[in-house]
Write a protein that binds this ligand. Structure first.
Ligand code: FAD
Length: 327
Protein backbone atom coordinates (compact mmCIF):
# COMPACT_ATOMS: atom_id res chain seq x y z
CA UNK A 1 0.00 0.00 0.00
CA UNK A 2 1.43 3.33 -1.01
CA UNK A 3 1.19 6.49 1.05
CA UNK A 4 -1.19 7.83 -1.57
CA UNK A 5 -3.49 4.87 -0.88
CA UNK A 6 -3.13 5.52 2.80
CA UNK A 7 -4.33 9.05 2.33
CA UNK A 8 -7.55 7.98 0.74
CA UNK A 9 -8.33 5.54 3.52
CA UNK A 10 -10.42 7.21 6.20
CA UNK A 11 -8.60 5.31 8.92
CA UNK A 12 -6.47 2.85 7.02
CA UNK A 13 -3.90 0.36 8.22
CA UNK A 14 -1.01 2.82 8.38
CA UNK A 15 0.84 2.57 11.67
CA UNK A 16 3.31 4.89 13.28
CA UNK A 17 6.41 2.97 14.42
CA UNK A 18 7.15 3.81 18.05
CA UNK A 19 10.66 4.96 17.20
CA UNK A 20 9.45 7.45 14.59
CA UNK A 21 10.00 11.12 15.40
CA UNK A 22 6.71 12.65 16.53
CA UNK A 23 4.49 13.92 13.76
CA UNK A 24 1.78 16.44 14.53
CA UNK A 25 -0.39 19.01 12.79
CA UNK A 26 -2.04 22.33 13.51
CA UNK A 27 -5.55 23.04 12.25
CA UNK A 28 -7.89 25.97 12.73
CA UNK A 29 -11.67 25.82 13.09
CA UNK A 30 -13.52 26.47 9.81
CA UNK A 31 -14.35 30.16 9.35
CA UNK A 32 -17.75 29.31 7.92
CA UNK A 33 -19.87 26.14 8.08
CA UNK A 34 -19.48 25.56 4.31
CA UNK A 35 -15.77 24.84 4.82
CA UNK A 36 -16.46 22.08 7.33
CA UNK A 37 -16.80 19.12 4.88
CA UNK A 38 -13.48 20.01 3.24
CA UNK A 39 -11.81 20.30 6.61
CA UNK A 40 -13.16 16.90 7.60
CA UNK A 41 -11.74 15.36 4.45
CA UNK A 42 -8.38 16.87 5.43
CA UNK A 43 -8.70 15.58 9.00
CA UNK A 44 -9.39 12.03 7.77
CA UNK A 45 -6.39 12.13 5.45
CA UNK A 46 -4.13 13.42 8.22
CA UNK A 47 -5.53 10.79 10.55
CA UNK A 48 -4.43 8.07 8.13
CA UNK A 49 -0.74 8.75 8.90
CA UNK A 50 -1.37 8.35 12.63
CA UNK A 51 -0.09 11.69 13.92
CA UNK A 52 0.87 11.88 17.58
CA UNK A 53 -1.49 14.82 18.08
CA UNK A 54 -3.38 17.52 16.21
CA UNK A 55 -3.61 20.98 17.74
CA UNK A 56 -6.58 23.30 17.19
CA UNK A 57 -6.08 27.07 17.30
CA UNK A 58 -8.07 29.51 19.38
CA UNK A 59 -8.77 32.93 17.87
CA UNK A 60 -8.03 36.26 19.50
CA UNK A 61 -10.69 37.43 21.98
CA UNK A 62 -12.09 33.93 22.02
CA UNK A 63 -13.51 34.78 18.57
CA UNK A 64 -13.40 31.13 17.56
CA UNK A 65 -14.09 29.84 21.07
CA UNK A 66 -17.26 27.97 20.09
CA UNK A 67 -15.97 26.59 16.80
CA UNK A 68 -12.62 25.58 18.31
CA UNK A 69 -14.40 23.69 21.04
CA UNK A 70 -16.78 22.01 18.62
CA UNK A 71 -13.86 20.88 16.44
CA UNK A 72 -11.86 19.54 19.39
CA UNK A 73 -14.92 17.73 20.72
CA UNK A 74 -15.69 16.12 17.37
CA UNK A 75 -12.09 15.05 16.85
CA UNK A 76 -12.10 13.52 20.30
CA UNK A 77 -15.32 11.59 19.81
CA UNK A 78 -15.26 10.71 16.11
CA UNK A 79 -11.60 10.09 15.30
CA UNK A 80 -8.59 8.22 16.65
CA UNK A 81 -6.74 11.53 16.95
CA UNK A 82 -5.46 13.18 20.13
CA UNK A 83 -6.55 16.80 19.91
CA UNK A 84 -4.65 19.53 21.71
CA UNK A 85 -6.85 22.52 22.49
CA UNK A 86 -5.10 25.88 22.23
CA UNK A 87 -6.15 28.24 25.04
CA UNK A 88 -5.33 31.93 25.42
CA UNK A 89 -5.55 34.61 28.11
CA UNK A 90 -7.10 37.16 25.73
CA UNK A 91 -10.34 38.97 26.58
CA UNK A 92 -11.39 36.76 29.46
CA UNK A 93 -11.23 36.95 33.23
CA UNK A 94 -9.53 34.25 35.28
CA UNK A 95 -13.01 32.97 36.19
CA UNK A 96 -14.09 32.77 32.56
CA UNK A 97 -10.90 30.95 31.57
CA UNK A 98 -11.41 28.55 34.48
CA UNK A 99 -14.94 27.78 33.27
CA UNK A 100 -13.67 27.07 29.74
CA UNK A 101 -10.94 24.79 31.09
CA UNK A 102 -13.43 22.87 33.25
CA UNK A 103 -15.77 22.45 30.29
CA UNK A 104 -12.94 21.08 28.15
CA UNK A 105 -11.93 18.69 30.93
CA UNK A 106 -15.56 17.58 31.38
CA UNK A 107 -15.63 16.74 27.68
CA UNK A 108 -12.57 14.52 28.08
CA UNK A 109 -9.92 16.86 26.65
CA UNK A 110 -6.59 16.12 28.36
CA UNK A 111 -4.14 18.13 26.25
CA UNK A 112 -3.78 21.90 26.00
CA UNK A 113 -1.47 24.43 24.39
CA UNK A 114 -1.35 27.31 26.87
CA UNK A 115 -0.72 30.70 25.25
CA UNK A 116 -0.95 34.32 26.17
CA UNK A 117 -2.54 34.93 22.78
CA UNK A 118 -2.32 37.58 20.10
CA UNK A 119 -4.09 40.95 20.48
CA UNK A 120 -7.56 40.97 18.88
CA UNK A 121 -7.70 42.20 15.25
CA UNK A 122 -7.29 45.96 15.02
CA UNK A 123 -5.56 46.25 18.40
CA UNK A 124 -1.84 46.83 18.19
CA UNK A 125 -1.05 46.31 21.87
CA UNK A 126 -1.80 43.29 23.96
CA UNK A 127 -3.90 44.21 26.97
CA UNK A 128 -4.75 41.93 29.82
CA UNK A 129 -8.37 41.64 30.92
CA UNK A 130 -8.72 43.62 34.20
CA UNK A 131 -9.40 40.36 36.05
CA UNK A 132 -7.43 38.17 33.68
CA UNK A 133 -4.04 36.51 33.27
CA UNK A 134 -1.04 38.26 31.79
CA UNK A 135 1.29 35.46 30.73
CA UNK A 136 1.13 31.94 29.38
CA UNK A 137 2.93 30.68 32.50
CA UNK A 138 -0.01 31.92 34.62
CA UNK A 139 -2.34 29.95 32.36
CA UNK A 140 -0.20 26.82 32.82
CA UNK A 141 -0.41 27.36 36.60
CA UNK A 142 -4.18 27.76 36.41
CA UNK A 143 -4.55 24.54 34.39
CA UNK A 144 -2.49 22.64 36.97
CA UNK A 145 -4.50 24.19 39.84
CA UNK A 146 -7.84 23.22 38.30
CA UNK A 147 -6.65 19.67 37.63
CA UNK A 148 -5.35 19.40 41.19
CA UNK A 149 -8.70 20.61 42.64
CA UNK A 150 -10.64 18.13 40.51
CA UNK A 151 -8.45 15.27 41.68
CA UNK A 152 -8.80 16.38 45.33
CA UNK A 153 -12.58 16.51 45.03
CA UNK A 154 -13.05 13.14 43.36
CA UNK A 155 -11.05 9.95 43.88
CA UNK A 156 -12.41 8.67 40.56
CA UNK A 157 -11.02 11.75 38.85
CA UNK A 158 -7.68 11.19 40.56
CA UNK A 159 -7.48 7.67 39.10
CA UNK A 160 -8.51 8.87 35.65
CA UNK A 161 -5.84 11.57 35.84
CA UNK A 162 -3.23 8.90 36.48
CA UNK A 163 -4.42 6.87 33.52
CA UNK A 164 -4.60 9.92 31.27
CA UNK A 165 -2.41 12.67 32.73
CA UNK A 166 -3.05 16.27 31.81
CA UNK A 167 -0.56 17.37 29.16
CA UNK A 168 0.34 21.02 28.71
CA UNK A 169 2.29 22.40 25.76
CA UNK A 170 3.53 25.99 25.41
CA UNK A 171 5.00 28.21 22.69
CA UNK A 172 8.69 28.84 22.02
CA UNK A 173 10.29 31.30 19.61
CA UNK A 174 13.47 30.48 17.66
CA UNK A 175 14.40 34.11 17.02
CA UNK A 176 12.45 35.87 19.74
CA UNK A 177 8.83 36.92 19.38
CA UNK A 178 8.75 39.70 16.82
CA UNK A 179 5.16 40.59 17.66
CA UNK A 180 5.93 41.30 21.31
CA UNK A 181 9.38 42.67 20.53
CA UNK A 182 11.03 40.23 22.91
CA UNK A 183 14.47 38.75 22.27
CA UNK A 184 15.34 35.06 22.27
CA UNK A 185 16.89 35.51 25.73
CA UNK A 186 13.66 37.02 27.10
CA UNK A 187 11.57 34.27 25.54
CA UNK A 188 13.85 31.64 27.05
CA UNK A 189 13.19 33.23 30.46
CA UNK A 190 9.47 33.04 29.65
CA UNK A 191 9.92 29.39 28.61
CA UNK A 192 11.66 28.65 31.92
CA UNK A 193 8.71 30.24 33.76
CA UNK A 194 6.29 28.05 31.76
CA UNK A 195 8.34 24.96 32.60
CA UNK A 196 8.36 25.88 36.31
CA UNK A 197 4.58 26.35 36.16
CA UNK A 198 4.16 22.80 34.83
CA UNK A 199 4.51 22.82 31.04
CA UNK A 200 5.37 19.44 29.54
CA UNK A 201 6.76 20.45 26.17
CA UNK A 202 7.04 23.37 23.77
CA UNK A 203 6.18 23.89 20.11
CA UNK A 204 8.06 26.56 18.21
CA UNK A 205 6.86 29.39 16.09
CA UNK A 206 7.50 28.90 12.37
CA UNK A 207 11.13 29.34 11.21
CA UNK A 208 13.04 28.79 7.98
CA UNK A 209 16.62 28.07 9.05
CA UNK A 210 17.64 25.07 11.12
CA UNK A 211 20.26 27.08 13.01
CA UNK A 212 17.67 29.31 14.64
CA UNK A 213 15.92 26.24 16.08
CA UNK A 214 19.15 24.49 17.08
CA UNK A 215 20.50 27.65 18.72
CA UNK A 216 17.25 28.15 20.62
CA UNK A 217 17.42 24.59 21.95
CA UNK A 218 21.11 24.95 22.87
CA UNK A 219 20.56 28.25 24.71
CA UNK A 220 17.38 27.01 26.39
CA UNK A 221 19.19 23.90 27.67
CA UNK A 222 22.03 26.01 29.05
CA UNK A 223 19.44 28.19 30.81
CA UNK A 224 17.84 25.13 32.45
CA UNK A 225 14.98 24.26 30.08
CA UNK A 226 14.66 20.47 30.02
CA UNK A 227 11.26 19.98 28.37
CA UNK A 228 11.20 18.81 24.73
CA UNK A 229 11.02 21.57 22.13
CA UNK A 230 9.19 20.48 18.96
CA UNK A 231 9.98 22.49 15.81
CA UNK A 232 6.93 24.03 14.15
CA UNK A 233 7.25 24.17 10.35
CA UNK A 234 5.17 25.39 7.47
CA UNK A 235 5.21 23.54 4.12
CA UNK A 236 7.00 26.06 1.90
CA UNK A 237 5.13 25.35 -1.31
CA UNK A 238 2.84 28.39 -1.54
CA UNK A 239 4.62 31.78 -1.61
CA UNK A 240 1.39 33.72 -0.98
CA UNK A 241 0.78 31.63 2.16
CA UNK A 242 4.33 32.29 3.37
CA UNK A 243 3.87 36.04 2.94
CA UNK A 244 0.56 35.98 4.83
CA UNK A 245 2.22 33.99 7.61
CA UNK A 246 4.95 36.62 7.82
CA UNK A 247 2.25 39.27 8.31
CA UNK A 248 0.58 37.31 11.09
CA UNK A 249 3.66 36.05 12.95
CA UNK A 250 6.23 38.74 12.16
CA UNK A 251 8.68 35.98 11.12
CA UNK A 252 10.31 37.13 7.87
CA UNK A 253 10.35 34.66 4.98
CA UNK A 254 13.86 34.49 3.50
CA UNK A 255 13.78 36.49 0.26
CA UNK A 256 15.84 33.82 -1.53
CA UNK A 257 13.18 31.22 -0.68
CA UNK A 258 10.46 33.45 -2.12
CA UNK A 259 12.59 34.07 -5.23
CA UNK A 260 13.21 30.33 -5.62
CA UNK A 261 9.45 29.67 -5.54
CA UNK A 262 8.51 32.65 -7.69
CA UNK A 263 11.06 31.74 -10.38
CA UNK A 264 9.65 28.24 -10.88
CA UNK A 265 8.32 27.60 -14.40
CA UNK A 266 5.09 26.04 -13.26
CA UNK A 267 3.11 24.94 -10.23
CA UNK A 268 4.62 21.43 -10.21
CA UNK A 269 8.16 22.81 -10.20
CA UNK A 270 7.27 25.33 -7.45
CA UNK A 271 5.93 22.48 -5.36
CA UNK A 272 9.07 20.40 -5.92
CA UNK A 273 11.29 23.31 -4.92
CA UNK A 274 9.25 24.05 -1.79
CA UNK A 275 9.25 20.41 -0.78
CA UNK A 276 13.00 20.10 -1.31
CA UNK A 277 13.51 23.13 0.93
CA UNK A 278 11.23 21.66 3.61
CA UNK A 279 12.78 18.20 3.50
CA UNK A 280 16.28 19.64 3.96
CA UNK A 281 15.05 21.69 6.92
CA UNK A 282 13.38 18.64 8.51
CA UNK A 283 16.52 16.53 7.96
CA UNK A 284 18.69 19.16 9.63
CA UNK A 285 16.53 19.67 12.72
CA UNK A 286 16.07 15.92 13.19
CA UNK A 287 19.82 15.34 12.80
CA UNK A 288 20.28 18.08 15.40
CA UNK A 289 18.12 16.15 17.88
CA UNK A 290 14.57 17.49 17.35
CA UNK A 291 12.01 15.08 18.84
CA UNK A 292 9.67 15.41 15.87
CA UNK A 293 7.93 17.80 13.53
CA UNK A 294 4.79 19.91 14.04
CA UNK A 295 3.30 21.09 10.74
CA UNK A 296 1.22 24.21 10.31
CA UNK A 297 -1.19 22.82 7.72
CA UNK A 298 -3.52 25.80 7.20
CA UNK A 299 -6.18 23.11 6.89
CA UNK A 300 -4.59 21.60 3.78
CA UNK A 301 -3.32 18.04 3.79
CA UNK A 302 -1.55 17.70 0.40
CA UNK A 303 1.64 19.67 1.02
CA UNK A 304 1.88 18.50 4.64
CA UNK A 305 1.65 14.83 3.66
CA UNK A 306 4.00 15.24 0.69
CA UNK A 307 6.54 16.84 3.01
CA UNK A 308 6.29 14.04 5.56
CA UNK A 309 6.52 11.42 2.84
CA UNK A 310 9.56 13.15 1.31
CA UNK A 311 11.24 13.29 4.72
CA UNK A 312 10.48 9.59 5.26
CA UNK A 313 8.35 10.27 8.33
CA UNK A 314 4.94 8.87 7.54
CA UNK A 315 4.23 5.42 8.89
CA UNK A 316 4.03 2.48 6.57
CA UNK A 317 1.84 -0.55 7.18
CA UNK A 318 3.45 -3.76 8.30
CA UNK A 319 2.36 -7.00 6.65
CA UNK A 320 0.67 -8.19 9.85
CA UNK A 321 -1.24 -4.96 10.41
CA UNK A 322 -2.44 -4.95 6.84
CA UNK A 323 -3.57 -8.56 7.10
CA UNK A 324 -5.29 -7.89 10.41
CA UNK A 325 -7.09 -4.80 9.12
CA UNK A 326 -8.09 -6.45 5.87
CA UNK A 327 -9.53 -9.39 7.74
P1 FAD B 1 4.08 34.49 26.99
O1 FAD B 1 4.96 33.32 27.25
O2 FAD B 1 3.17 34.90 28.09
O3 FAD B 1 4.98 35.71 26.56
C1 FAD B 1 4.41 36.98 26.26
C2 FAD B 1 5.49 38.04 26.40
O4 FAD B 1 5.86 38.18 27.76
C3 FAD B 1 6.76 37.70 25.64
O5 FAD B 1 7.30 38.89 25.15
C4 FAD B 1 7.65 37.09 26.69
O6 FAD B 1 9.02 37.23 26.38
C5 FAD B 1 7.25 37.91 27.93
N1 FAD B 1 7.40 37.11 29.17
C6 FAD B 1 6.47 36.26 29.67
N2 FAD B 1 6.94 35.70 30.82
C7 FAD B 1 8.21 36.18 30.99
C8 FAD B 1 9.22 35.97 31.95
N3 FAD B 1 9.04 35.18 33.02
N4 FAD B 1 10.42 36.61 31.80
C9 FAD B 1 10.63 37.43 30.76
N5 FAD B 1 9.68 37.69 29.80
C10 FAD B 1 8.49 37.08 29.93
N6 FAD B 1 -2.18 32.96 19.37
C11 FAD B 1 -3.54 32.91 19.47
O7 FAD B 1 -4.17 33.94 19.73
N7 FAD B 1 -4.22 31.73 19.26
C12 FAD B 1 -3.57 30.57 19.00
O8 FAD B 1 -4.22 29.51 18.83
C13 FAD B 1 -2.14 30.59 18.90
N8 FAD B 1 -1.43 29.45 18.65
C14 FAD B 1 -0.05 29.48 18.68
C15 FAD B 1 0.66 28.27 18.53
C16 FAD B 1 2.05 28.27 18.55
C17 FAD B 1 2.81 26.96 18.42
C18 FAD B 1 2.77 29.51 18.71
C19 FAD B 1 4.26 29.51 18.71
C20 FAD B 1 2.07 30.69 18.84
C21 FAD B 1 0.65 30.70 18.85
N9 FAD B 1 -0.08 31.87 19.04
C22 FAD B 1 -1.47 31.83 19.10
C23 FAD B 1 0.61 33.17 19.16
C24 FAD B 1 0.95 33.55 20.61
O9 FAD B 1 -0.22 33.64 21.38
C25 FAD B 1 1.64 34.91 20.54
O10 FAD B 1 2.88 34.76 19.89
C26 FAD B 1 1.80 35.66 21.85
O11 FAD B 1 2.30 36.95 21.50
C27 FAD B 1 2.81 35.07 22.83
O12 FAD B 1 2.28 33.98 23.43
P2 FAD B 1 3.11 33.18 24.56
O13 FAD B 1 2.23 32.06 24.94
O14 FAD B 1 4.47 32.89 24.13
O15 FAD B 1 3.14 34.30 25.72
Amino acid sequence: MSVADARTAASGPVVAPVDRPTVSFELFPPRNPDAAPKLWDTIRRLEAVRPDFVSVTYGASGRTRTTSRALVRRMLHETTLTPIAHLTCVGASREEISTIVREFLDEGVRSFLALRGDPPEGEAQWQAHPHGLTTASQLVELLREIEHERCEQSPAQAVRARVKPLSIAVAAFPRGNRLTGSSREQDIQALLAKQRAGADFAITQVFYDADSYLELVGEARRAGVVIPIVPGLIPATDPARLVRTEQVTGVPVPRDLLALLDDADDEAERRRRGLRFGIELIDRVLEGGAPGIHLYTFNKHEAALDLLEGAGLVGRPTATTTARTDA
